[in-house]
Design a protein around this ligand. Structure first.
Ligand SMILES: Cc1cc2nc3c(=O)[nH]c(=O)nc-3n(C[C@H](O)[C@H](O)[C@H](O)COP(=O)(O)O)c2cc1C
Length: 176
């Protein structure tokens, strides 16, 4: 698959089989996160791999939109250093936080290429910090729940038309 094909094929998977994700596949997924871009190449992220079923179920209770989470084989929680080693200007623009989102999305895309199905799951920060012993200098960006999608799983979310979301030269100017 080309990158563009993967981007188009990606969707949120919220139902998985019992099949386990191998360590090799998981390593490739994490490598995709490691390869992500970040401001001044600060690489401020940290990935917590959760595979223990009881722990995943517990995390499910800390997600308002994650009732399906217990079926995931792996949950990767992404955090970012709150005081990333970047300059003040980039810091004020919160660019370090966005790089955490890049890493999460890179892993999501990679998971499609690796034959997995995934979903970004937003977590209650306070509760998950406590449960996973996340230090106070880290901020939770979100998590990627992954595994092998149930056969035939397909749920295509509609998208706004380009004409609704693109402007030319200034905001709101809809013609070139
Ligand atoms: C920042 C972010 C947070 C999200 N949080 C959740 C979530 O907590 N639970 C969930 O089921 N989906 C979550 N999603 C997935 C979106 O619901 C999904 O991407 C969107 O509906 C479009 O569907 P698609 O991913 O299948 O294209 C999140 C996605 C993003 C980018």
């Amino acid at each position: 698959m080309t990158v563009l094909e993967t981007i188009i094929a990606r969707q949120s998977t919220r139902d998985w089989t019992e099949e386990k994700v191998s360590d090799e596949i998981l390593a490739q997924l994490l490598e995709a996160g490691r390869r992500s871009p970040s401001p001044l190449n600060s690489q401020p992220w940290h990935f917590i791999v959760v595979r223990n079923k009881d722990a995943i179920k517990k995390i499910m209770g800390y997600a308002h939109h994650g009732a399906f989470l217990s079926h995931a084989d792996v949950v990767v929680v992404v955090t970012v250093e709150k005081k990333a080693k970047i300059d003040q200007w980039l810091f004020e623009h919160e660019q370090h936080l966005y790089s955490g989102a890049c890493a999460l999305y890179n892993m999501w895309l990679a998971s499609c290429e690796l034959g997995l199905g995934s979903c970004w799951v937003t977590l209650d920060e306070q509760k998950v910090e406590e449960f996973l012993s996340i230090p106070s200098d880290q901020k939770i960006i979100g998590s990627l729940a992954t595994g092998y999608s149930k056969e035939g799983y397909h749920r295509e979310a509609p998208r706004k038309e380009l004409s609704e979301i693109v402007s030319y030269e200034r905001y709101g100017k809809t013609t070139e």
